[in-house]
Write a protein that binds this ligand. Structure first.
Ligand code: C2E
Ligand code: MG
Ligand code: MG
Length: 749
């Protein structure tokens, strides 16, 4: 049995608004009870009391006094003709039932409230007419004549009439029912409030058993009042969260009289709901027992929205990885821990190579799927104990904690690079090889704060890209210098075309079948006024990134065709030319139109032009590439796959592309003399190409031994310093015209 908590008795409890309504409702019920109890307390002893015996008249008089004293009623007698009222009541201050003082008075009838007057008159008339045996009415009267209205319940009847039956006097009793009227009114209002409250309210007994609930409670839990009455509160507990919060609630209620908190409850249909609960203890009508009033709010949806918002604020919706803001938070915490533990934190900045091309050519929906697959691949590789975040687009970041040495971070970077050598699957049997470039920065080696660490890792990532992509680089201060240098290069390149700083050189291609120079490859050169000679390996990626490669590519194509026409005009009309094409040119989809226009302008036969595309350009989107290349093939132009062996192209893809020529990358050719594996690969590539009916060209041939090997394996053409370096147009023409197939150059197999 609960005891009264001190704060409840002192009335010092802070009660929230929702609770206040419920308490008001309950208080109404309680108050009504109190009034009834008080009446009982006063009446019953009086009725039970044995009255002293006396003479009959005196006895009747005494009984009247006792009745008026005990009941608190007023006796009245109204003269309908003289309009005067005679009143009599017992003085409440009388010391005892043996010494009751009677108060009497004669005067006008007290004023009846104007709103109630019509009803009083109607009831009176009804009695006077004989329709009602008794006059009864509840109405407001100004008893003291001071403007305060009291509720009065009056009962009476005609006690004297004249010979014609006209009523002359009316007598009866009246009592002041203001207190009970108010209590009843409040009770009505209170239960109405409880019924109409949108919050679920449940009143429990001190054993936490339901006494009553409101309609909102039934709507919320599915239980109606009859179902829960007498049931324990644990009826609403689920198996998953048994007695969730209930123990704490009961202890605090005992102590402080109130409790609030959140708890999972189970609806009648089994659905779990999260409730915000306000519990208060209130005394019942007898003021001896305590009841518990619960106000419950279903906050399941609210919580879900709140969680969703928190998720949106911290996570990337595409990959479900932490976003930039959560990354910063975690990185900051990692740095604080590392400072305390004197350990290292590594930040890996990962960017997918040429992702923009993939996105533009395959469409954004596919791009999104690839990003999701890439995110999963990174997380899988580094393990869930490390934070992997997506910053934006194709940029991911890994935070590695507890790093002992920079080499640890490098090993993780290498593992990520290796993990990406397996193509990513995205959806139904679709696969694509994507490579990452990774920049690494370390706390405390390179920076002390998250923003700097991230900036440095980003710089290192750019360095990895510049180093040929698909690799990692650790930040060094010199890189900032390189980054600045790149920015300067990029802006100089923008003016290179109009300032005539670009030119094309030509590297002869030797046919091993007839020992003749059959054509050349056009190679771009940039001689910047301010910066001097810049290598294509440096400026081609810049031109691709900035989009300048589109205009530069058209210019190069035109130059190559014009030069070829001059050579044709000079009698070398068997020569063809190969021109390199970058991914951006392929992606734009108008490559065939551009080529057709240039061929028409320069009058070159399409069969004498070959377009070289690298594996990665073709593999980024084989379907799109094959469409564009088919258009080019339709013109009569040949297509070569350049730098073959460095990407991840599969035979299946190669077969789908309309190729004529396969150029073996110089990386394999370079080691032919002394690396058995490269010899084996080169032999395999040649055999494979021949089986696919492709012409094989070997690049970077520098020695007669390499040439002999290639000739012996059936390679059809070679290109390299052993034959000739790339030459200026006039020089190249002279070289070709004067080419003497000397035995040294044309090493026999
Ligand atoms: P690539 O198309 O594979 O061109 C062959 C590269 O190998 C050329 O480098 C050439 O000078 C070099 N080379 C040729 N023979 C030998 C040799 O025996 N030994 C060695 N070590 N190197 C040799 P280059 O001219 O520096 O061009 C580099 C790359 O830049 C090209 O590789 C090509 O991918 C790109 N490129 C050059 N010109 C253009 C162009 O007009 N457009 C586009 N999109 N890319 C171009
Ligand atoms: Mg090439
Ligand atoms: Mg090449």
């Amino acid at each position: 049995m609960p005891t009264f908590p001190p704060s409840l008795l002192l009335g010092a409890v802070q009660i929230p608004p929702s609770m206040r309504l419920a308490l008001l409702a309950v208080a109404g019920v309680v108050l009504a009870g109190v009034v009834v109890a008080a009446l009982r307390r006063h009446w019953l002893p009086l009725l039970r009391r044995r009255l002293p015996r006396a003479a009959p008249v005196r006895e009747a008089d005494d009984h009247l006094k006792l009745a008026l004293w005990g009941s608190g009623e007023v006796f009245w007698d109204y003269d309908l003709i003289g309009r005067r009222m005679h009143q009599m009541r017992a003085d409440e201050q009388s010391p005892s039932s043996n010494a009751i003082t009677m108060l009497t008075g004669v005067g006008q009838m007290p004023a009846i409230h104007p709103q109630d007057l019509p009803l009083v008159v109607q009831r009176l008339r009804s009695h006077l007419r004989g329709d009602a045996p008794q006059f009864t009415s509840e109405h407001r009267m100004d008893m003291a004549g001071d403007g305060t209205w009291s509720w009065v319940r009056a009962r009476g009847r005609v006690v004297e009439s004249d010979a014609s039956g006209r009523a002359l006097r009316l007598a009866g009793t009246a009592r002041d029912i203001t207190a009970s009227r108010n209590a009843e009114y409040e009770h009505r209002v209170a239960s109405q409030v409880m019924r109409s409250m949108s919050e679920a309210v449940a009143v429990l007994d001190s054993e936490y058993r339901f006494i009553t609930v409101n309609p909102s409670f039934s709507r919320m839990t599915g239980y109606d009042g009859a179902e829960v009455a007498g049931q324990p509160l644990s009826l609403l507990d689920g198996r998953q969260h048994p007695g969730d919060g209930a123990a704490g609630m009961s202890a605090q209620l005992q102590r402080e009289g109130r409790w609030s908190g959140e708890a999972w409850k189970v609806r009648k249909d089994g659905e779990e709901i999260l409730c915000r609960i306000e519990a208060n203890m209130v005394p019942d009508a007898s003021e001896q027992r305590l009841m518990v009033v619960l106000v419950l709010n279903d906050i399941t949806e609210h919580k879900r929205v709140e969680q969703e918002l928190r998720y949106l604020a911290n996570y990337d919706t595409l990959t479900s990885l932490p976003n930039r803001s959560l990354l910063f938070e975690r990185l900051a915490r990692a740095v604080v821990r590392a400072r305390r533990e004197r350990s290292r934190v590594a930040v890996l900045f990962i960017d997918l190579d040429r992702f923009k091309d993939i996105n533009d050519s395959l469409g954004h929906a596919t791009g999104d799927r690839i990003l999701r697959a890439a995110a999963a691949r990174v997380q899988q590789t580094v393990g869930t104990q490390h934070t992997v975040a997506r910053l934006s687009g194709d940029e991911f970041t890994v935070v590695l904690e507890g790093i002992a040495s920079p080499a640890d971070a490098e090993r993780v970077a290498e593992r990520i690079i290796q993990a990406f050598t397996q193509p990513l699957s995205f959806g139904d049997r679709l696969e694509l090889a994507v490579s990452p470039s990774i920049g690494i920065s370390l706390y405390p080696d390179h920076a002390q704060v998250p923003t700097e660490l991230l900036k440095h890792a980003d710089t290192a990532m750019y360095q990895a890209k510049a180093a040929g992509r698909h690799t990692w680089a650790v930040y060094s201060e010199a890189m900032d210098e390189k980054t600045r240098h790149r920015a300067i290069l990029a802006s100089a390149l923008r003016r290179a075309l109009e300032r005539d700083e670009l030119r094309v050189v030509y590297q002869p291609r030797l046919s091993l079948a007839n020992n003749r120079i059959t054509g050349t490859e056009a190679l771009l050169r940039w001689d910047s006024h301010e910066l001097g000679e810049i290598s294509p390996a440096q400026f081609i990626p810049l031109a691709e990134e900035s989009g300048l490669i589109v205009d530069i590519g058209i210019w190069t194509l035109r130059q190559a065709c014009q030069t070829l026409r001059q050579w044709h005009a000079a009698g070398l009309d068997h020569l063809n030319v190969a021109v390199n094409v970058s991914s951006l040119q392929l992606q734009r989809g108008d490559l065939a139109d551009v080529v057709a226009r240039v061929l028409a302008e320069t009058g070159i036969d399409a069969s004498l032009l070959e377009l070289e595309l690298t594996e990665s350009v073709l593999m980024a989107n084989p379907d799109h590439a094959s469409g564009v290349l088919r258009d080019c093939r339709a013109l009569g132009v040949s297509i070569a796959i350049d730098d073959f062996g460095t990407g991840y192209s599969s035979l299946a893809y190669l077969k789908r592309l309309p190729l004529n020529t396969l150029k073996i990358d110089q990386a394999f050719v370079r080691d032919i003399d002394h690396d058995l594996e490269d010899e084996a690969i080169t032999s395999a590539i040649i055999a494979m190409a021949r089986s696919l009916d492709l012409k094989v060209v070997a690049e970077g041939v520098e020695t007669s031994a390499q040439l002999a090997f290639l000739r012996q394996r059936g390679c059809e053409e070679v290109q390299g310093h052993h034959v000739s370096r790339a030459l200026e147009p006039a020089q190249c023409m002279a070289f070709i015209r004067d080419f003497d197939p000397r035995p040294a150059t044309l090493a026999k197999a």
